[in-house]
Design a protein around this ligand. Structure first.
Ligand SMILES: Nc1ncnc2c1ncn2[C@@H]1O[C@H](COP(=O)(O)OP(=O)(O)O)[C@@H](O)[C@H]1O
Ligand SMILES: [Mg+2]
Length: 147
C-alpha cells in the first residue's frame, strides 16, 4: 500500500451527551466539504461515524459522562480517516463485540449492528480497546473520483 500523505487534519472533543452526536456529524460534514464528496459518499461516512460516536455516548461511560474525541484526517487521493475515541470502560472481547447482533445494551433499544454498519460503509474498521481505559475506533474510506 502506498504511503498515505496527510493533507489536512482536525480534532474536536466533546462530552458524551447524546446531543453531541449531531454536533459530530455537523463537524464531519463541514470538514469533508473541501473534498466535494457526492451525497451518497457523505451519507455513508456520516452514518458510520455516527455509529462510532453513539457507541461512546451509550456504552463508554455507564451512569456518567466523559470525553469523546474525533480526529479527521484527509490524505492525498481522497482518503478519509476518522478516529473516534473515549476513555471509558473499554471492551473485553472486541471480536465478539463486532459480531452482528451482539449487544450489551437494552435489546429493546440496541440492535447490535453498529459495527456491522461501520464495516459496510467504510473500507476499513479497526477497533482497539483496553478494559478500564477506553476504546479507539479507526474508520477509513477512499472516496472514488466523480465520473
Ligand atoms: N465505545 C465503546 N465503549 C464500550 N463498549 C462499546 C463501545 N462501542 C461498542 N461497545 C460494545 O460493543 C457492543 C456492540 O456495539 P454495536 O455493534 O454498535 O451494537 P449496539 O451499540 O447496538 O450494542 C456494544 O453493545 C458494547 O458492548
Ligand atoms: Mg452501537
Amino acid at each position: 500500500m502506498p504511503k498515505l500523505v496527510p493533507v489536512n487534519q482536525t480534532r474536536v472533543t466533546f462530552l458524551s451527551r447524546s446531543v453531541n452526536e449531531g454536533y459530530a456529524r455537523a463537524v464531519l460534514a463541514a470538514f469533508l466539504t473541501q473534498l466535494d464528496p457526492t451525497v451518497p459518499q457523505l451519507a455513508d461516512i456520516k452514518t458510520a461515524v455516527s455509529e462510532a460516536v453513539t457507541n461512546c455516548i451509550v456504552h463508554a461511560y455507564p451512569g456518567t459522562l466523559g470525553p469523546v474525541q474525533m480526529d479527521i484526517t484527509l490524505f492525498e487521493g481522497g482518503v478519509v480517516r476518522v478516529v473516534v475515541r473515549d476513555r471509558g470502560v473499554g471492551i473485553e472481547d472486541v471480536a465478539r463485540a463486532m459480531e452482528p447482533l451482539y449487544t450489551t445494551g437494552d435489546p429493546e433499544e440496541r440492535a447490535g449492528l453498529g459495527f456491522a454498519v461501520m464495516q459496510s460503509f467504510m473500507d476499513s474498521v479497526r477497533v482497539a480497546s483496553r478494559p478500564g481505559h477506553g476504546t479507539r475506533v479507526t474508520l477509513v474510506r477512499q472516496l472514488e473520483r466523480r465520473a
